[in-house]
Design a protein around this ligand. Structure first.
Ligand code: AMP
Ligand code: TRP
Length: 329
């Protein structure tokens, strides 16, 4: 069976960008691949974070995976830092990853501006750790949002280089990109992101969903209700495409273009659909977070299975790179 690895950083509560861009697409893949879903905590610590909040973030992320429908009977759920081979393989990959490749990565360029006063090696090395995450399990495919494509391209380059130098070892993982791969934030400008205040969270309560939507940015050209709007540049309309029925989408599209309906009516329909989609997830999430024993059991089980696969890969890697030292046997 072909294998998948993907992960989310425990850097804040998960939002509907993570849901539509990643987790919702993962649900179907669980039936077609052997899947490993990581909580990638070593990635999360490359930017400033609160040490006393990390555990809560990991718990929240695990509970969100399960609440959104990931099935621990079908998939492996694990924590990156608990399988040491992730960082060990990163070191090995570092030795064949040209710095010039890493400096070209768009997220590094962005972050080096954002964190210019404290630019750490972890930010530069971020994609190498991500490549190690994936190839440690010899994953064939990686389902992610659009923002991760440059990282995956780099991962494939590293794989090609490793295979070329040391002999064929890893498959080249392909990206799986589906509908929802780029969800804009409520500011209508940036990608929805935990680090920006522009999210609807998975456990958002219905009143807050409506409050956030009612002030969200729409088509900036549409100033008055009587102005015709352009749905294709409206952030709210792009969310309709992910959540609403065909007839609702058509109603909002035509209503906006003809100024028959105002933004608030359009938002109200969207709000109800978001509430309907998130309500069961929210209820499960609240329950799951109370049951830490259950979360622990699932993670410990997933970590153990991950370690076994990782160990096999590392044995092969040591052998390929010459760390076999027969005299020590
Ligand atoms: P992160 O929260 O950065 O760890 O992202 C975890 C996963 O969610 C990755 O597959 C991202 O591509 C995806 N993701 C994060 N934000 C968005 C967004 N605004 N739209 C679509 N996908 C996203
Ligand atoms: N970099 C990814 C993000 O920010 C998270 C991630 C880390 C990941 N390792 C991964 C995603 C491996 C897919 C596969 O979204």
């Amino acid at each position: 069976m072909k294998r998948i690895f993907s992960g989310i950083q425990p850097s804040g509560r998960l939002h509907i960008g993570n849901y539509f861009g990643a987790i919702k697409n993962w649900l179907q893949l669980q039936n077609e691949y052997q899947c490993i879903w990581g909580i990638v905590d070593y990635h999360a610590i490359t930017v400033p974070y609160k040490t006393d909040e990390l555990e809560e973030r990991v718990i929240d992320c695990t509970a969100s995976y399960l609440a959104a429908g990931l099935d621990p009977e079908k998939s492996i759920l694990m924590i990156q830092s608990k399988v040491k081979a992730h960082t060990e393989l990163t070191w090995i990959l570092n030795t064949i990853s040209p710095i010039s490749w890493l400096e070209r990565v768009p997220t590094y360029k962005d972050k080096s501006k954002q964190f210019s006063s404290n630019l750490n090696m972890g930010l530069l090395d971020y994609p190498v750790l991500m490549a190690a995450d994936v190839i440690l399990y010899k994953a064939n495919a990686v389902p992610v949002g659009e923002d991760q494509l440059p990282h995956l391209e780099l991962c494939r380059e590293i794989v090609r280089r490793f295979n070329h130098i040391f002999g064929k070892t890893f498959p080249e993982p392909k990206a799986i990109i589906k509908k929802g791969a780029f969800v804009k934030g409520l500011d209508g400008k940036n990608k929805m992101s935990k680090s920006l205040n522009n999210c609807i969270y998975l456990d958002e309560n219905p009143d807050d969903i409506w409050e956030k939507l009612s002030t969200a940015v729409t088509d900036p050209q549409r100033v008055r209700k009587t102005d015709a709007g352009n749905p294709e540049i409206c952030n709210i309309f792009s969310l309709h495409k992910l959540l609403s029925s065909k007839s609702q989408i058509e109603y909002c599209k035509v209503g906006c273009q003809t100024a028959d309906i105002g933004c608030l009516e359009c938002k109200k329909i969207l709000s109800e659909n978001i509430i309907q989609e998130l309500s069961p997830i929210r209820a499960r999430l609240i329950e799951l977070k109370k049951n830490k024993k259950y979360l622990k059991e699932i993670l410990m089980n997933g970590i153990e299975k991950s370690r076994k696969i990782a160990e096999q890969t590392m044995t092969e890697v040591y052998d390929k790179i010459g760390i076999k030292y027969k005299f020590l046997k």
